[in-house]
Design a protein around this ligand. Structure first.
Ligand code: PMT
Length: 404
């Protein structure tokens, strides 16, 4: 079902009605696409006075629908097919006129007809002047729609286009997209709803001079897959990434860093209120004592570089007085189990995922295998794609977390 990962709800019909907030629906459609949904925009004829259909078409990649009697579309995806296609209907903005006709069961526009025919849930984001919103007729219609099982999102209180201040503004696009995300997770039972998580991923680069650094072969794939799996389960996910060339996982807040000390600072800045910390980054244990201002010139003599220790991010997080559930990784070329268990104890963490690394293993490749240890147990996760592995690891973390 689409590419929305575990959201399991991908086909959103976005209804846009006549109101000044219609211009915000363009941003909303962009956010919904970013969340991984397929978005089909249906406009009422009046909405076209406020925003051009080409705007939506450019963002969603689909032709906007607005005509009830449209021979071309009725021959292909007619209004009933469109109603069957939708897995969720979001009307934003919903004008007082639209709401009244919806309540009355009228079907004189394509959008109203669809709302009568659709089996999918319908959410309405009202947008109108505050006096209109307070009018008993509007309130009666809204309550009636709620009683029929429709969800009302908003309105917000604040400045209005007409100059008034009060309740009636459409909720902001970000808020509406978050409401839809929460709805998807609550209807699919995401195991991290309401949890905040922080994931580190990728390598760190420790500079020697302006053009050289000490780094490692981490591509960030494993950590990014974990962040995506957590976000798909409803977690509020912060991803702190070293220098990698990967797309930000959907729904995650990404912070880019280069060095271990920058990663340490970013983690410490965001660690408050975090429920789960997963350290998947391949953090450099050492850095050159100093970074030279200019490129080091080749000479006849051998060269020695003094390395100094970097802070251990995972250990520092685990030592915090109010610490999150801490998951570490162990990248080993030998004695996988022994070294991993030693790191579990030494860093005083709750779980460790050990992987054998070497040529074509662990680093860079799309697949991996993990041996996971926690205080009272262990589990072998066999070789498979990093994204499947990430989901299994996230499930294990959830099991242990819910034991506490
Ligand atoms: O990025 P990919 O190409 O997909 O590869 C994935 C991976 C192999 C990098 C990943 O699966 C992995 O093993 N990550 C941890 C690599 C590592 O640095 O392991 P370590 O055994 O050196 O460190 C142990 C743990 O301490 C890790 O959780 C690490 O993030 C953490 N650490 C290490 C040093 C340090 N200064 N601070 C830390 O927080």
């Amino acid at each position: 079902m689409g590419n929305s990962g575990n959201l399991r709800l991908s086909r959103v019909l976005l209804g846009v009605t006549a109101g000044i907030a219609a211009y915000k629906a363009a941003e909303l459609s962009r956010l919904l696409i970013k969340q991984g949904h397929q978005v089909q925009v249906v406009m009422t004829p009046g909405a076209k006075n406020f925003v051009h259909e080409l705007t939506f078409q450019s963002i969603t990649g689909s032709q906007v629908r607005h005509m009830l009697f449209d021979p071309a579309h009725e021959a292909a995806m007619g209004h009933i097919e469109l109603a069957r296609w939708a897995e969720f209907v979001l009307i934003a903005p919903a004008s007082a006129d639209f709401i009244a006709k919806l309540y009355a069961g009228m079907a004189d526009t394509l959008l109203h007809t669809l709302c009568l025919a659709v089996q999918a849930p319908i959410a309405i984001a009202p947008a109108m002047n505050r006096n209109m919103w307070a009018n008993p007729a509007v309130q009666h219609n809204i309550m009636g729609l709620q009683q029929r099982g429709m969800t009302i999102w908003g309105p917000a209180v604040g400045d209005q286009a007409c100059g008034d201040v009060g309740p009636g503004r459409m909720l902001e696009p970000l808020e509406l997209s978050q409401r839809l995300k929460d709805y998807c997770h609550s209807s699919t039972g995401g195991s991290f709803i309401g949890r905040k998580v922080l994931v580190t991923a990728g390598p760190t680069y420790e500079p020697l001079d302006p053009v050289r650094f000490i780094g490692n072969r981490s591509s960030g794939k494993m950590g990014f897959a974990i962040a995506q799996a957590l976000s798909d389960e409803g977690a509020d996910t912060v991803l702190i990434a070293g220098p990698v060339n990967l797309m930000t996982p959907q729904g995650c807040q990404r912070i880019n860093v280069q060095t271990a000390r920058q990663m340490y600072d970013a983690v410490m800045e965001h660690i408050q209120d975090i429920d789960v910390f997963i350290g998947c980054a391949a953090v450099a244990d050492y850095r050159p004592e100093m970074m030279l201002a200019n490129k080091i010139k080749k000479g006849d003599a051998e060269m020695q570089i003094t390395l100094v220790k970097n802070p251990d991010i995972l250990q520092s997080v685990a030592a915090l007085p109010k610490r999150p559930f801490c998951v570490g990784f162990a990248a080993e070329t030998e004695n996988l189990e022994e070294y991993a268990k030693a790191k579990l104890r030494a860093k005083n963490i709750d779980m460790i995922a050990a992987n054998q690394v070497g040529e074509d293993q662990g680093f860079e490749s799309d697949e991996n295998a993990l041996l996971v240890f926690w205080l009272e147990g262990e589990k072998q996760l066999s070789k498979q794609t990093k994204s499947t592995l990430a989901k299994q690891l996230v499930e294990l973390v959830s099991e242990q977390l819910n034991k506490d």
